[in-house]
Every structure is written in structure tokens, then in C-alpha cells.
Design a protein around this ligand. Sequence first.
Ligand SMILES: [Zn+2]
Length: 839
Amino acid sequence: MGKIGVLNLCLSLFLLNLQSLARGDSHVVTEFNATEDSKLYRGLVLQNDLEVVLISDSNKHHKAAASLIVSDGFMEDPPQLEGLSHLLEHLLIIQSVKYPEINSLYKFILENDGTMQATTYCDRVEYHFNVTAAKLFPALDIFSQLFIAPLFTESGIEKEVRVVNIEAQHYSEANSFDRLKISKILYADGHPVTRFSGGDLTTLWTNPKLHGINLTSELKNHFKTYYSANLMKLVVSGSQDLDILQNKVAEMFGQIANHNVTRPSYPDPIKPENGSIYKAEILPNFLRKVEDDMLLMDFSFYTDDYINVSLLRQGYLKPLLEYDREGSLINILQNEGLIIDLKMESVNIPSFSKFAELYISIRLTRDGLLNYEDVICRIFQFFNNLEIFGLQDWYWKDSIKNVKTKLSQGVADQVQLVSSISGWIHHLPIQKAINSWYHTNFDPYNNNTWNLILAKLTPKHLRIKVSGIAVVQNKTILVDRVSGVEYYVDTVHSDIANKWMKCRFCNESHNFTLPVQPTVEVDEEFPLFKERQLNSSLSTISFIRYSYCDSSWAKLEIYSPFSYIDPRSAALNSILFHSLKRVLNRVLISDPEITLNSMVQNKNWIGDFMPLVVDFEKPFLISGSKELLSKEIVKQRFVDIPAGSAWLYSQNGVNFHKTSCAKVYLFHISKNDWDNDLIQLTKLMMKAEALNRLRTNETLGYRVFTETYFLNKRTSCVSIAVDSLKDPYFVAERIHSFLRDFAESLKNMTEEHLSTTISTHQSLNYLKNETGANEFIQFYEELIGLREGQTRRLTIITPSVEYATKEYSKADELSLNSTYIKNFDDWKKTLKLQEEKFT
Ligand SMILES: [Zn+2]
């Protein structure tokens, strides 16, 4: 399933050469420069028919980046080998004939300050990476070889099938919020889009063995069929000029074979329309009940106007719906106690010629679930108001202004840029794609676009999925083969449908008004946002307040290592964090540093505002751009964690869920900036090794994260987390064992290797020419406790339970909401006082 990521830039664009020019064997289709981001763009087709967009980016602070998309998604899997294209993605990324060492690319990228990612969708696989600008060409060489001559070894295949299987279990068990699983329910029966996208041990190993299918030769065949240059699109952004980029890219990627394959196409995937509104009601038998009270409203578009669908998602409609301010849809529905959260997204699938979807996903309260038809009515009333009040273009202008600031600060992400352009050229012919990308990003909104989109937001184009519904009478219960979800499909009764039509098409506005332009000049378009590692059994919730004007920030993170163990805790967590988000969004309009001062100076802040956090002894931390926290304060911020100890929670008499998490933190109390750089260097040195050993060799789990945290200028931290099916105590021990062995392996490190690593990372300002191998080894040994030093270690282990059995009541929800909102009102007063003091 694909969405187009679109980078929201505002640039003026000059088309230089619309006529085709020939350069070498490549064929240049278009070329332009965009003055405000000082980048040059060129679209070309290589002699093997590979379509390429090159971006020459002279900003020396930017990394280089590349994105390659191939039209081979899980819809192309042979029916008897579900998950094949996903497995192929895993295999390609690990080795090639020219670079046979396992994870060569990954290792190279990580050692050179980069990140990479590969994902299989229904109609394509996407490969993206970024890397320090000086290392673009060596990285591209390793990257291109994956597609020119991959290496398929029996042991590699067996290992990656196991990794894919862990991934499948992980997703099926840890995340009931998985929209794909749910939304597939209303697709036409037997359509390839309903296939098991990822595959597992059964589809990729056991069944093929049973039926005498040779997996290796199927993989090779599949590669030969679909990894054809004419089915690929490439975008590269680098610091070199366009001609140099073109020569190198043509030399490397020109070697990819072109089999002139016709791109597969499919019938549209939805059930035939007969004028009824389809709904699927999903039974609440999921893992965590509280996460499952969901409503998905899905509007189908039959249009080739992908541009407008994307436009709408990124800029205009989205803030009106989901930014938390007076008069927005989310605000209206939250104030009525009907919903917890609301998001809007769009999906375009190029393999279905004119089909696109736009959906709104809503987490309902109990009231909202019981009255979801009224929630839908409210939403149609809101759309009706939008039509009556017309286009309010201050939203768009505000958004442009903020993006400009962001752009001038150099915050724009290079991976996002290359992947958004590759998304467009995957959809459309290169010239048209670039034009569309341009229009989406740079054209002002107009009433035609607006009306075209509104015309689709009607009950006629609606499909509904609601989960959390318990009462079922006289319905045929179906079970989704892939996700195990139990559900039934029905059509909406005509009385209800008529009521919705009345809400949507009414000559006068309903009794609420649209948001108005705020009078205060604050960065309101960058509201506090909430991150949840829903896919991990260790949940982290963070609130970040960032100002793009002066790069100041304040962050609050709360770890909940046992949210999955006790369903009541999970339920309360959920309410707590949503209440927090709501209130913080409303009160924290002042700048991040004032927020940070307030959080830190009021030492009982956490206790006052979040008694639940303290009651449950959740570790939390506050960080920010200003040096505010002394050692003591940091200690207080970590609740009850003695130095070097493990902090555990486990419970007898419950069935443990199959996914657990072990996370080891190594904190370092720094004396200076030099120390902080050493923490960063530690992560860079061990990230690839950790992945190699814990994920690939020991196959402990699919997700292995190595991260650094800078709590303030004096305290920094490096951590390794592994999500696993194995016993978390065992996993924690394996992480510790890795950390010890890594100390041993460092003894063989050459001075040259160390200085190369340091010099390729622009951020390591303080280490240049200042650090030798011995100093680094000594630092590392202190960090892991082999030597006396200023460090503290923390191990968090999370077993999880099979399913939730306890209920939380409406009364719990209400009392929590009011408690927190009351507390935050008090805090808001404190904040106001502080604001006066500081400004
Ligand atoms: Zn995967």
C-alpha cells in the first residue's frame, strides 16, 4: 500500500531546458533550478531505460541521499509463495557478488553518518539511504550492485526467512492498529492486494518444501522478471555538479539489466459499487482492547488527479481536521467526548489506474464507539461547513511561511526529498511527474482544487471500518485469513445514509465555526507531537516542542516498560497520554526554553501533574536545548534506578505475550563536549556490529536499535534495544555479552580506522585530531563498567501478555481526564508567571 510522501517546499522554479538534450548515452528530459533551495534538478533516462532524477545540492551541511523504487510489490508474489517479494527485498540488501560481506551496504552507510531503509508495498519496493556527502559514490557503488548482481546463498535465504517470520509475528501480535490488515477487509475478495504482504515461515518455508518448490530458484526468477531497469526509478541528491552526477550514475546504474518488462496492472480493488455504503464491523478480540476502539472512514476517489489528492493531504485540509485548535474537527469531537485522536492520510496505488483513497482514522472513546454513526454525522456537518465558508487561505500561507523558515534553517530532510520525487516518477512519466511534484509543492491553492476534493467527501464515496464492536446478532462472522481478525460486512441502513446526506448537504452552516487565524505569532504550525513506538513492546511517549526560529527545544519522554503487562495500566496509559497531548497542545504556545525552565525549576512537576507516572514508577526524562539540569536533577528524573542495576517488572500467573523487549542504557555524566562526542562515536562504531551480531547472527529479534540521547550538555546516553520472541532476560544477557565482546574487538582497531570514522562524521567537532584508539577504548570500558568511571547503567526488560482481560470503566476515563486537565490548568498559571519573569 503506498502513500506519496511529499516534501512541502516553497520555491520558485525556472524551467531551463524543456527540449531533450543528449549527453552520452543518457537522454536528458528536463532540467531546472529552484532558486530558494539553491538546488539544480535534472530528469533523464539512461540507455537501459532507467528513469533518473538528479539533484545537485551545494549546501555543504546536507547529506547525500538516494532512493530507488522498483515495481515489484506483494501483488506480484506467486500465489503459492506469499511474501516472496518481501523476502527478496531482505536478501538484496544484505550482499552482492561484488560485495559478498554480510550487510556491506548497511555497515558502510552507518559508518558514514547515514541511515537506510527498505520497504515492500503492494505494488513496489522502496530502497532509500542517506550518507555523508563525501561518501556518495562509494555508497552508490555498493547500492547499485544489489540490483546488478545480487548474491543468493542458501544460508542467507534461511536466515532471512527467519527474520521475515519474526517480523510477521511481531506485526500480527504487537500492533492492532495496523490499518492495512483492517482495510483489506473491504477490498474485493481474492484480489491480489488482499494477499499476505510480508509472508512467514509457513508461506515461505514449510509450504514450499511440502510442495517441492525450490525457493532459491523462485527468488532468482522473481529477481530476473521484475528487477528490470525499465521498472525502476532512481533519485540521487549529491553535492557534485549535475554532469558529474550523471556520468557516475550512468556508469553504475546503466549496468542494471533491462528485460523490457510490462508493468503489471490490476483491476480496481474495491467491491463493485451498487449505491450502498459498505461497513465492516470488527470484533474486539484483539490484544489490547483500549487501542481497538477505532473508526476508519475511507473515501474512494476515481480520479487521475493524484496531485490534488496529495495537495489536500499535506496542506490544506489536514490542519483544518487534525491540528488541535479551536474549531478544528479534532477539537470539536474531543470537546464532545467522542474521540481520542484523529488523523488523515491518502493512498494512491499506481497499479490501479484511476483509483485513490483518502482516509480518516479515528480513535474513539467509549461514548464515540457506542455512537459512531453520530461521529460520522458530525464529520459530514464539518465538511458541509467547509463548503459554505469556502477556502480560507491563511492556513496555506501560514504553512508556507513556516516551511520557508524550516528550509532556511537547513532542517529539510534529504531522504524525504529524494523519496518524494521517486514516488512521483513511479506514478507518472518523468516530465509529468516533475511538473506534478512542482505543482504539489509550489502552487497556491485555488477554489477549483478545493471544490474538486470536497465533491468527493460525501457519503456516496464512503466506506467504514469500525473496530471494538461487540454486539453481533444474526451476522455471518468472517475471519481474515492473514490477520485472524473476526468481522462482518454489512451495508449502512438507508435511514442512516439519508441522515448523513442531510448533514453533508445542508444550505446553511451547522452550529460551529471554522478555526480563525491566530493573533499571536508563534510556531503554531509545529504543534507538540507525540511519538509512540507502537510496534515495540517497550512503549515510549515523547512530547517535543521545537522552535525553528532559534533551534531551541524541550522534550519530555516517558518510558512504560510494563504497559502491556497490565491491561489496566495500558488503558490508563493511553488516556493519560492523550490527555497530556491535548492539554500540552493548548497550553504550550510559548517558546521551548520557557517550557523547559518551567519543567525543570518546578521540581515536583512530574509528581504534581502526573501522579500516575510516579505511582507506576515509570522512568521519564526531560531534555532540552539549554543546559538546565544538574546531575542531581537528572538523578531525580530517573525514578528509583540505582547505578548499574536492572529495573524490572514481571508478574506471575499471566500468559506472556510472544514479543518482549530488552533495552540496555549506558549513561555517561560528561565533563565536556568532547565526552558527548565520544558517546556519539560509540554508537557509530557499534551500530552495524550490534545489528550484525544480534539480528543477523544470533537472530534474536527483528528490531535492533542503537541510539544516543543527549539529555543536556552534561548527560548523554547510548542504548541498544532488541525486540524479541525469546526470553527477555536471555536477550538482555546477549546484549551485555555483545557489549563486553565489542570491548575485546576494539583492541584490534587501528588508529587509521578510528580517525577515518571521526573525519567522516561532520558532527564530531571536538574529536578531530584529538582522540587516539587508546583513549576511546578507555572511554568505552568505563561506559560498560569494566573500569571505574562516571557512568550508570540501566536495563529495562519487558515481558508482555497474551491478551488483555481486565476492563477499565467510563468513570476511570472521565475522572482521569478531569484530574489531568485540572492539574494542567494550574500549571498553566505557573507557566504564565514564569513567562512574565523570563520575558
Ligand atoms: Zn522486512
